[in-house]
Design a protein around this ligand. Structure first.
Ligand SMILES: Cc1cc2nc3c(=O)[nH]c(=O)nc-3n(C[C@H](O)[C@H](O)[C@H](O)COP(=O)(O)O)c2cc1C
Length: 176
């Protein structure tokens, strides 16, 4: 039986949804990561930065842009050290300026992906997967890659059937 790990980053608070600002009680990616776990099981690991990003949407976009420009690696509250017990790794995050927040790479770079199957999951407001699959391929050396899933962030709460169908297929349970 394959063992799944769902790594995710998600930011609650003010965000852009279908063209207007909205305060999210639960982040879009957090919702999607929960559906994934419900669908295929496995462990959830949340990436959290020591320093919170701004609650204000526009201030946060500035912070994220600067981190991207610097290719920064923000400090995290805790790090996952090993993937040894897992077969499938789902990497879930919001699209920030076309790719994952730098905090996601701060975690991924510490792990050995040799022989693991990696799948990108991105929530977004129009950019789809952006460059996240190419970025994962650069960082997760030795992994094999499944097909990524882009979820429109504003539809996260109603994405369960989409996420479940995709996850069961990618995690190899479609014909089980
Ligand atoms: C800092 C920042 C940058 C963003 N950049 C993009 C972007 O380049 N393309 C896009 O489609 N959406 C972008 N968005 C929208 C988010 O990707 C989208 O709302 C996502 O679902 C948020 O997920 P979360 O609630 O899990 O953090 C951005 C949002 C933030 C806060």
């Amino acid at each position: 039986m394959e063992k799944n790990l769902i790594i995710y980053f998600s930011r609650r608070g003010e965000n852009f949804c279908n063209g207007s600002l909205k305060k999210l009680e639960k982040g879009n990616t957090e919702i999607v990561a929960g559906f994934l776990q419900k669908a295929v099981g496995g462990d959830l690991f949340e990436i959290e930065t020591v320093k919170n990003y701004a609650a204000d949407y526009y201030a946060c976009t500035d912070e994220a842009k600067e981190e991207l420009r610097q290719n920064a690696r923000p400090e995290l509250k805790r790090y996952l050290d090993s993937l040894e017990e897992y077969d499938n790794i789902f990497v879930c995050g919001p699209c920030w300026w076309g790719t994952y927040p730098m905090a996601v790479f701060a975690q991924l770079e510490r792990l050995d992906f040799t022989g693991k199957k990696v799948m990108a999951v991105m929530t977004h407001e129009g950019s789809g997967l952006g460059s996240c699959e190419q970025d994962l391929k650069r960082i997760c050396k030795g992994a094999v890659f499944g097909k990524g899933l882009a979820v429109h962030g504003a539809d996260a709460a109603v994405s369960e059937s989409l996420v479940t169908a995709w996850a069961e297929k990618e995690a190899g349970k479609a014909f089980a």
